[in-house]
Design a protein around this ligand. Sequence first.
Ligand SMILES: Nc1nc2c(ncn2[C@@H]2O[C@H](COP(=O)(O)OP(=O)(O)O)[C@@H](O)[C@H]2O)c(=O)[nH]1
Ligand SMILES: [Mg+2]
Length: 285
Amino acid sequence: MSVDIQWYPGHMAKTKRQLRENLPVIDVVLEVRDARIPASSHNADLAELVARKPVITILAKTDLAEAEATKAWVKFLEKDGQPAAAVDLKSGRGLKELERKIRTQHQILNQRLRGRGRQGRGLRALVVGVPNVGKSTLINRLANRAAAKTGALPGVTRGKQWIRVGNWLQLLDVPGVLWPKFEEPQTGFHLAITGAISLDVFDYVRVSAGLAELLLRFRPEALKDRYNLDSIPEDGVQILEVIGQRRGFLLSGGTVDVEKAALLLLREFREGLLGRFTLELPPDL
Ligand SMILES: Nc1nc2c(ncn2[C@@H]2O[C@H](COP(=O)(O)OP(=O)(O)O)[C@@H](O)[C@H]2O)c(=O)[nH]1
Ligand SMILES: [Mg+2]
């Protein structure tokens, strides 16, 4: 069912270095995952990388995922007491709850500081996640009212800026791209169909054909309705061909433009036009 993607991310070393360098001045890490693929959008090294700093796991794009599955994920992620929250960054749904969880970390920090006779201060957070997961949107959402760039703090890489949210939170303005480890065969496939990996680095016809087969298995009605199909062939490329036919994607000579159909299916799936779809469930379901 899944398509193996032969592709290895760059930037990993950079984000890991950035994390290590900034760790001394960071109080909390906001790890943004895609609610449709909470496993594949996670790097299992993160906990080790951030040592004992708290991580708040944020499932973004809940508008594209199945509500019950998202609930189960949040429950699973919180089972050992770590904070997790689910947000739709488009509508803002879930942001209040997330803000509450960040504020709790702020209170914990200040209790600790004051307990040592030091002054309280704003919570410093670093946002990490795969590309396109919603890191910048999250930062803008959190900062919407009182965003202001402030000077670099001591110990922070030169040139780094912080975005101040009210007087209680500061976000490092360069979110880190943190790729998963690609240990499972479906990881690359899931990252590709949800939009974390850019189209020009993988064989998008093959991936889109894989997506078509996945939809045939789990969302046949959505596929039929969206592309006005009477029946769906079993082979992914053939599914793309009938979609192309329906849409009138023809090359000179009358053959179907399968590439165009492949791009259409990927784009429409990513936009949620084939319905909400959570591709990965937590281990205990
Ligand atoms: N449907 C939906 N789209 C989102 C959500 N959050 C971000 N996006 C979209 O995803 C794309 C990438 O977001 P961005 O914040 O730039 O991701 P980044 O690469 O992690 O910084 C943009 O088109 C956003 O509008 C969300 O919760 N739901
Ligand atoms: Mg960004």
